[in-house]
Write a protein that binds this ligand. Structure first.
Ligand code: ADP
Length: 638
């Protein structure tokens, strides 16, 4: 931070990130100017929540002014709009930290994702959350007058900025605690210096704010001759009750959506929500939302998550992560308890058995909400799955009790239609299972194409048996926890020996045994040639087009998980694949006829390396493979 300081008034430069965001904000949100008011009212409401919470411990913070409210006013001549609160306020340090920098997690990633094209970026900025800087959509100068609750009136601060690279900050005297923001409107935003316009925007976006938003009543004409001018009267513009305390039937969808934007700092609508009051042994209300878009730090397990916690309508904390498991970290919303103490801390929450009961109930609530969406609004569910499917896949490993419920929510790509879009549920798979099929088959690979083209699928395709195509990083890990669904084992087709059970006919089985007997010698010779590279060599009937494939041992780690752990730098025990040859393939038949042992070894090595490559694996000695292949090619051209 650069400072040309004098003790009273300093000029400071914005942190680079803030500068970039500011630029974007100003240039990209033109079409939706009015949201600035929602953002500032939302901040004012948060500031009041924070004061109420601090005042539980120290009542003197109210400074004999306990009626918390937000005031909005305007001045047509001066072209200003003013938003004022008597919430917690900010110290000089707070102002510099909160208005001069962006402390949000994921900011750096967010800025990296920007394309430089204002149009495209404007949608991203919406996802990121616009906040205080949205003032600059309508204002070319912003003043923030603020004083922290409990501080001396001489400790007021005035922050000013013209939406460019710098801002000034100076000490002022401010008798009332809290924050007053004065927006000097741009010429194209003069419309907001109007009482009716402001009222309609407040009604539209901030009706759900539990704090009253107050304006002075509009004057109805000049006083008559001899009449006293009327004293200005106040009126409350919004409903000013906490939205979640109202009954569901009274709340409009738009109100739910506006409340969502307030709690989540999201710019877009939520996909769905669930609002419930629980009475009995525990007494609480929850309002849970599923967002439409993943935040930038979704995959950061340390990132912000959790619900807003209230106790008897008093805000207690943001990001109360004890109420939902990690794999539901995308859920936003509030929980308001009537049982907890106002002094509750994170440590207490961790130990309170009632919290566990609430967590189970809220978890169920979310899973039910997703289930309902998947059935009633499959298009919405597809949006959800695209954004959050990978996170939900952490569920079976994390939440044993709800494994079956989570399993029903999973969606996969499958050989049913070979589409990359994951749209098949396990239930749908089971309903399509063949007569005699008792397992759910899947293949897991690094990416969709490798999965789709895996040689392991050949026999399944031939017999018309469906196989799920898995290619997310978490898939192998998830399947290792899921293991079965609806009483049917989930079987990795690239693991262990292939047993199609009743799906193979008696004749097929007899023919297979006969051929196994005939090619015994080939198996022995291949084993000797590949020696310590493989665990075992055997014949297989899972292939139709490919000459060979590699298979993971029944109890070994899947190849996808292995690669994942290796990338993460974990030392893993050596495990060798099983090499399987397709006895029906002309190359394999030819190989069996090869009299020269050296040449045999070369050929079988090439087949082995090819099988590894087809699996998306890496060769131990790629150069040797290339050399062998080239000498074979040379023979061809001779
Ligand atoms: P966000 O609200 O998403 O954290 P903002 O850019 O809107 O981001 O605000 C940044 C921070 O500035 C807030 O987190 C809060 O600490 C502080 N702040 C903003 N407005 C107020 C206010 N009216 N009173 C007190 N603090 C405020």
């Amino acid at each position: 931070m650069t400072a040309t300081a004098n003790a009273e008034k300093e000029t400071l430069g914005f942190q680079t990130e803030a500068k970039q965001l500011l630029h974007l904000m100003i240039h990209s949100l033109y079409s939706n100017k009015e949201i600035f008011l929602r953002e500032l009212v939302s901040n004012a409401s948060d500031a009041a929540d924070k004061l109420r919470f601090e005042a539980v411990k120290d009542g003197s913070l109210y400074e004999n002014d306990p009626e918390l409210a937000i005031r909005v006013s305007y001045d047509k001549e001066a072209k200003t709009v003013t938003i004022s609160d008597n919430g917690i306020g900010m110290s000089r340090e707070d102002v510099i930290n909160h208005l001069g920098t962006i402390a949000k997690s994921g900011t750096a990633q967010f800025l990296e994702s920007l394309s430089g094209d204002d149009k495209k970026d404007s949608q991203l900025i919406g996802q990121f959350g616009v906040g205080f800087y949205s003032s600059f959509i309508v204002a070319n100068r912003v003043e923030v007058h603020t004083r922290k609750a409990g501080a001396d009136s001489s400790e007021g601060v005035l922050w000013e900025c013209e939406g460019d690279a710098e801002f000034t900050i100076e000490s002022i005297d401010k008798p009332n605690r809290g924050t007053t923001i004065v927006l000097h409107l741009k010429d194209d935003a003069i419309e907001f210096a109007d009482g009716w316009r402001l009222r309609s925007v407040i009604k539209k976006y901030s009706d759900h704010i539990s704090l009253p938003v107050i304006m002075t009543k509009e004057d109805h004409g000049e006083p008559e001759e001899g009449e006293e001018p009327k004293a200005p009267e106040d009126e409350t513009i919004n409903s000013a009750t906490a939205l979640w305390t109202r009954s569901r039937s009274e709340i409009k969808d738009e109100e739910y959506q506006e409340f969502y934007k307030h709690v989540s700092h999201d710019y877009q609508d939520a996909l769905t929500w669930s609002h419930n009051r629980v009475e009995g042994k525990l007494d609480y209300t929850s309002l849970l939302y599923i967002p439409k878009n993943a935040p930038f730090d979704l995959n950061n397990r340390e990132g912000a998550r959790g619900l807003k916690l209230y106790v008897q309508r008093t805000f207690i904390m943001d990001e109360a992560e004890q109420f939902l498991p990690m794999y539901l970290r995308f859920v936003k919303g509030i929980v308001d308890s009537n049982d907890l103490s106002l002094n509750v801390s994170r440590e207490i929450l961790q130990k309170d058995p009632n919290i566990d009961a609430m967590r189970s109930a809220l978890t169920k609530r979310v899973l039910d909400m997703l289930d309902k969406m998947s059935k009633k609004k499959p298009e919405d569910y597809a949006v959800f799955w695209k954004q959050f499917g990978e996170v939900l896949k952490e569920g079976p490993g994390e939440d044993f009790a709800n494994k079956e419920k989570i399993a029903k929510l999973l969606r996969f790509a499958s050989t049913e239609n070979d589409s990359e879009t994951p749209e098949q549920s396990l239930e749908a798979y089971v309903s399509r299972m063949k007569e005699g099929q008792d397992k759910i088959y899947y293949v897991a690979a690094e990416n969709f194409n490798t999965a789709k083209n895996s040689p392991h699928l050949e026999v399944f395709r031939k017999k018309g048996i469906e196989v799920l195509l898995l290619s997310d990083r978490v898939d192998d890990w998830m399947m290792s926890h899921l293991r079965e669904f609806d009483g049917k084992t989930l079987q990795d087709v690239a693991r262990g020996s292939l047993d199609l059970g009743d799906l193979d006919s008696e004749e097929e089985k007899e023919a297979q045994e006969k051929i196994n007997e005939e090619l015994k010698g080939l198996v022995e010779r291949s084993k000797a040639a590949l020696a310590d590279q493989v665990e075992e060599v055997r014949l297989t009937h899972r292939l139709t087009n490919s000459p060979a494939c590699v298979v993971v041992g029944e109890h070994d780690m899947g190849s996808q998980m292995r690669r994942l752990m290796e990338q993460a730098g974990q030392a893993l025990p050596d495990s060798k694949p099983i090499f399987e040859l397709n006895p029906e393939h002309p190359l394999v038949k030819k190989l069996d006829q090869e009299p020269d042992e050296d040449r045999f070894a070369d050929l079988v090595s090439v087949l082995f390396d090819q099988a590894t490559l087809a699996e998306g694996g890496q060769l131990n000695d790629p150069a040797a493979y290339v050399q062998r292949l080239n000498s074979l090619l040379l023979e061809l051209s001779n």
